[in-house]
Design a protein around this ligand. Structure first.
Ligand SMILES: *Cc1c(COP(=O)(O)O)cnc(C)c1O
Length: 233
């Protein structure tokens, strides 16, 4: 049947082609890079169309928006939280997301831990790193990370799986490179109870470069769904 979402098919084809080219050029074609569809402001019908094309991972930024759309989502896709999260909102997502990528403080992790244990589960998390030291962005400072990871490893209700970042837009190669070094260094430190499998970086404007610098999870919104229309939300 025809629908009006064919632009998403074309966008996804281009994204996969660019990912393939980046892997050929900088890494190994066999490397796996997961594509997350970032859904902010996007109608559930468009999100479900992306899922029908093979997208298996959705990224949610806002608790309220997610709650208003969750019932309409195709349940076959995995949902992860990627937005700034206040401790008093963790309770709304603790049972519906498979990972929280935006853990930027011990305090937030402690609340996730408490609620995960109450709900009889372990929550996968990534530590968000403010690699550019930008005041406008959340994320832990790179030099704080080792100590933070050691403390997170003691929490039985959370399991650290890697790092997430949103680098500055200008000179982004420098910051993607720093993130790559940090990820490699922390992996080599083998902190007990902490695994460094996932490096979540790269958005519409920089995913090919992020892959060059070792990303294995790219988070794409506008490149897949088109420009965001905030007036609809
Ligand atoms: C919005 C957003 C993205 C996707 O941004 P695009 O530029 O639309 O691809 C990725 N990650 C986070 C954390 C976001 O908030």
């Amino acid at each position: 049947m025809e629908n009006n979402f064919s632009y998403i098919d074309e966008n996804l084809r281009i994204i996969k082609e660019n990912i393939g080219e980046a892997l050929d050029k900088y890494r190994s074609p066999a490397d796996n890079v997961r594509i997350m569809a970032v859904t902010k402001t996007v109608a559930p019908e468009a999100v479900n169309h992306a899922v029908s094309l093979g997208i298996e991972l959705l990224g949610e930024n806002r608790v309220q928006e997610y709650q208003s759309k969750a019932d309409f989502y195709d349940k076959s896709a995995e949902v992860q939280f990627i937005g700034h999260l206040q401790t008093n909102k963790v309770k709304y997502i603790i049972n519906t997301v498979s990972m929280i990528q935006s853990v930027d403080s011990l305090r937030l992790a402690q609340e996730i831990n408490r609620l995960a244990l109450n709900n009889g589960r372990v929550m996968d998390i990534l530590c968000e790193v403010n690699i550019g030291g930008e005041e406008s962005k959340s994320g832990a400072a790179p030099q704080e990370l080792h100590a933070m990871l050691e403390q997170l490893s003691l929490l039985e209700g959370v399991r650290v799986r890697g790092l997430m970042t949103i680098p500055p837009q200008t000179d982004s190669d420098i910051y993607l490179g720093r993130m790559s070094e940090l990820f490699t260094k922390l992996s080599a430190e083998n902190i007990s109870g902490v695994s460094m499998e996932i490096l979540s970086m790269g958005m519409t404007h920089d995913y090919a470069q992020a892959i060059r610098f070792g990303s294995n999870l790219v988070r794409i919104g506008t490149g897949l769904f088109g420009a965001r229309d905030y007036s609809k939300k």
